[in-house]
Design a protein around this ligand. Structure first.
Ligand code: HEC
Ligand code: HEC
Length: 367
């Protein structure tokens, strides 16, 4: 038999062996197509007509499987260099998704300069994320902590290979995004899933304030006094100005403001330039994004650098009008509050507490 004949025969034997072999059991390496992909879209019913619509990017609509995957990733230390921390280490449900520290510390024990932010109603923060607004979407945001040296400090390449090797995740990525092979797991898909989960973190009806608004409950006299001052509804009481920046129903307008934390006469001596470092406009120096006041009772310490330990200190700050600087908001002015009125404001702030949000089983660790 000549050479060609041998090759021919061999190929024939190989073909025969292949077609007569037992059917292949299980998918080839990394193949996921045998796992069903039936995405079930989730519409969030905010259940509070005063709320804005929860916008979702068209290329990342929420699905049951996407939210489930995002929730697992959010709580999984597989995302950190030494497998010791997850997103939830700095965003704990018990602290309304903050870590209750002045500033956060990452896996290497290095402290950052900013305080962890509550993720309550984070899906409604349409005017930029972080204290300084440096990213626009939850999808972009979720990419950052993994490689941040003072947060989870690893690389996406490492995380992706861990996810591909895990027993849990290839199937979850298939169900969430319809990938056909585990080699298609990417950082972008992981970030999309985490964004979907975070959009579910909504508190809209669980606080006493909401129940009062819906006519299901009533304020005490003290809470009512605080309410009237907060919204400037009683000419007999001091105008506390709060609602201008922390308006209902979200208790934030998400605008960038300087609420007088630091003294400055040069535009540039702020310890943290905040929004100005992002826009490059010196008139924005010392401004930070106004945070929500919902669940404020559970998120101490307060402000971007965690400088105030208690709500009493916060109210004293606002009563004083804060420190002078060129970029301080004109709304910051001293407020003549007596001790009873200060307590009333705090009592009102506590009506924004929604413990059921912190304890919601759909938001807790799936592990
Ligand atoms: C080491 C602690 C730490 C870890 C880990 C961490 N965060 Fe954060 N997070 C922070 C701090 C601090 C801020 C505010 C940072 C700033 O403004 O510069 C923040 C801000 C955010 C914000 C912005 C919220 C808003 O309203 O603007 C989101 C969203 C967020 N984190 C989600 C996540 C996700 C998702 C993960 C995991 C992939 C994660 N975080 C991991 C500490 C942490
Ligand atoms: C000019 C706009 C403005 C006004 C008026 C205002 N705030 Fe704020 N508030 C902010 C900004 C901006 C921050 C974040 C500042 C920072 O950390 O740099 C903030 C932060 C807070 C915090 C801390 C939030 C956190 O998560 O750490 C509380 C509490 C608070 N404000 C309550 C009030 C109350 C009560 C009033 C009325 C007495 C009030 N604010 C008036 C803009 C304002």
């Amino acid at each position: 038999m000549n050479k060609i004949g041998i090759v021919f025969l061999c190929s024939f034997v190989i073909m025969l062996a292949a077609c007569c072999k037992e059917p292949v059991i299980g998918p080839e390496e990394g193949n996921l197509i045998d796992i069903s992909y039936d995405p079930v879209l989730v519409t969030i019913d905010v259940d509070n007509l005063t709320f804005p619509v929860l916008e979702q990017p068209v290329d990342n609509l929420m699905t049951e499987a996407g939210i489930d995957l995002g929730r697992h990733l959010f709580y999984d230390p597989i995302l950190s260099g030494d497998l010791s921390m997850s997103c939830s280490s700095c965003h704990l449900p018990s602290g309304s998704f903050t870590d209750n520290r002045a500033v956060s510390t990452g896996i290497d024990g290095i402290a950052g300069t900013r305080s962890s932010m509550s993720l309550l109603n984070v899906g409604f923060n349409y005017r930029g994320l972080f204290w300084d607004g440096r990213v626009q979407t939850l999808e972009e945001q979720a990419l950052l902590p993994i490689e941040d040296p003072i947060e989870l400090h690893t690389s996406w390449m490492e995380v992706i290979s861990r996810l591909q090797e895990s027993d849990l995740y290839p199937e979850k990525f298939r169900k969430a995004f319809g990938i056909e092979n585990k080699s298609e797991i990417t950082a972008d898909l992981a970030a999309k899933a985490m964004a979907q989960f975070q959009r579910t973190l909504i508190s809209s009806t669980g606080s006493k304030f909401d129940r009062v608004t819906l006519g299901l409950d009533a304020f005490t006299d003290e809470e009512d006094m605080g309410f009237l001052m907060f919204f400037e509804l009683d000419p007999e009481l001091p105008d506390a100005q709060c609602w201008h920046c922390h308006d209902r129903p979200l208790f934030t307008g998400n605008s960038y403001e300087n609420n007088g934390l630091d003294f400055d006469t040069t535009y540039v001596s702020f310890a943290d330039l905040g929004y100005g470092a992002i826009t490059g406009i010196k008139g924005d120096n010392g401004k930070f994004r106004t945070p929500t006041l919902r669940n404020i009772e559970y998120t101490a310490p307060y402000m971007h650098d965690g400088r105030f330990n208690t709500l009493e200190e916060v109210i004293d700050h606002y009563a004083s009008g804060g420190h002078y600087s060129h970029t301080r908001s004109p709304l910051m002015d001293s407020i003549n509050l007596n001790a009873t009125q200060k307590e009333a404001l705090i009592s009102f702030l506590k009506t924004l507490s929604d413990q059921s949000f912190n304890e919601n089983p759909s938001f807790s660790s799936p592990f």
